[in-house]
Ligand binder design. Structure first.
Ligand SMILES: Cc1cc2nc3c(=O)[nH]c(=O)nc-3n(C[C@H](O)[C@H](O)[C@H](O)COP(=O)(O)OP(=O)(O)OC[C@H]3O[C@@H](n4cnc5c(N)ncnc54)[C@H](O)[C@@H]3O)c2cc1C
Length: 353
């Protein structure tokens, strides 16, 4: 029997960030993840920004989240001697004079001053349609999710701490202080399964709603945009005139299959923004793990003290995961209370008897 401190099920952004932080604290971690191409973490562009760009408000706990994100990136880049992060200027396209006025008003608010440039940016690109110009959002950027996940997976494999298979709940034996799974034993187990939480017999009572999102990569010959541009779509420059464009939101479809409808929606929105004919390179589809109250799902199973969940990262998995992973670790290691807004205790009445 191999003995560990933690078994982590799922190695998307949630499982990766949590397992990495636990290892930094000297914990022995075993990760089980079934390889799939189209998980939310594998297809996401990996951008982050500190604001809700519809209303020009700060994100939930943004100062704490950014600080944890920067610490995580620095520690990961140092551990793996690799660069995963690129700060990027974000330009939010204004749709009207009213939006410009709202921007001016909000950029004077104390909490938003570090994130908003109060001056308008006039459109520097002849092939971009932006008659009302842009507002610049500071402290935005991009993390290479696939490099982050694959580097960490390789390390786990090298250390003999990784299994590529679908977790079989019937093979788990849970006792008061130990969890055993086949030939592995640990003190605690954490489920980081993204939208597949809906199939987990211990946590499927939680109100996780998979929300489908699709993206395309396109070539836009000669555009030369350097910034992350946000209108009703996001345009992320990948270099060599290639851009990632997304994303759609679909609450009805529950599959990870690319659709013609989403491709057309993205191409129509792209045509509104850019005057160059796009050459489609690839399309991606995934399911975001979203929650009805838009807060993450963290905590211990009501009947098993050593079984935990880390999920519900929604549309902003990158920004939120380092902050919440640290909270969960404090909870699991030192019984420090979780923020009630993310603690799954808020759904205890939904648990079947
Ligand atoms: C189109 C789109 C664009 C997005 N863009 C961004 C963005 O730019 N920035 C951002 O921060 N967020 C973005 N998001 C959201 C982000 O992708 C999610 O918040 C995040 O990826 C969720 O990560 P997760 O680890 O919880 O789940 P997942 O990414 O779904 O990972 C779960 C992992 O667990 C494995 N797994 C599940 N169940 C089991 C099991 N029983 N046994 C073994 N393995 C299992 C899965 O195979 C998978 O590898 C986007 C999402 C979509 C769909």
């Amino acid at each position: 029997m191999k003995v560990f401190d933690y078994i982590i099920v799922g190695q998307g952004i949630a499982g990766t960030v949590l397992a990495f932080q636990l290892r930094l604290k000297g914990k022995h971690v075993f990760v089980i993840d079934k390889y799939r191409d189209s998980t939310s973490s594998k297809i996401a562009p990996g951008t982050y920004n500190p604001m809700v760009l519809k209303r020009f408000t700060p994100c939930w706990k943004v100062e704490e989240q950014l600080s944890s994100l920067y610490h995580f990136i620095e520690a990961f880049e140092t551990s793996f001697n690799t660069i995963i992060h690129k700060p990027l200027r974000l330009l939010r396209k204004f749709a009207s004079i009213q939006e410009q006025n709202l921007w001016l008003e909000k950029s004077d608010h104390n909490r938003l001053i570090p994130f908003m440039n109060s001056s308008f940016i006039s459109n520097p690109y002849k092939d971009i349609n932006a008659d009302f110009g842009f507002g610049e959002v500071k402290k935005s950027g991009w993390v290479d999710f696939s490099l982050l996940i694959s580097k960490f997976k390789q390390k786990l494999e090298d250390d003999g701490c990784f299994l590529d298979e679908d977790f079989d709940y019937n093979s788990m034996l849970i006792r008061q202080n130990t969890v055993t799974y086949k030939s592995i034993s640990a003190q605690k187990i954490v489920f980081c399964e993204g939208h597949r939480l809906t199939k987990n017999p211990f946590f499927n009572y939680l109100p996780l709603i998979p929300t489908k999102g699709e993206l395309i990569t396109v070539k836009l010959e000669g555009l030369k945009v350097q910034e992350l541009i946000k209108s009703n779509i996001t345009l992320l420059p990948l270099g060599n005139d290639v851009y990632k464009v997304g994303a759609t939101f679909n609450w009805d479809d529950k599959d990870e299959v690319c659709s013609v409808k989403a491709k057309e929606e993205l191409l129509i929105k792209l045509k509104d923004l850019v005057n160059i004919n796009p050459v489609l390179i690839k399309q991606f589809a995934g399911l975001r793990p979203t929650v009805k109250d838009r807060r993450a799902l963290l905590g211990a199973h009501p009947n098993h003290d050593n079984m935990f969940v880390f999920n519900g990262l929604g549309t902003r998995g990158l920004l939120i995961s380092p902050y919440l992973a640290l909270q969960l670790i404090e909870f699991m290691e030192k019984s420090v209370d979780l923020d009630p807004e993310v603690d799954i205790k808020r759904y205890k009445n939904e648990m079947p008897c």
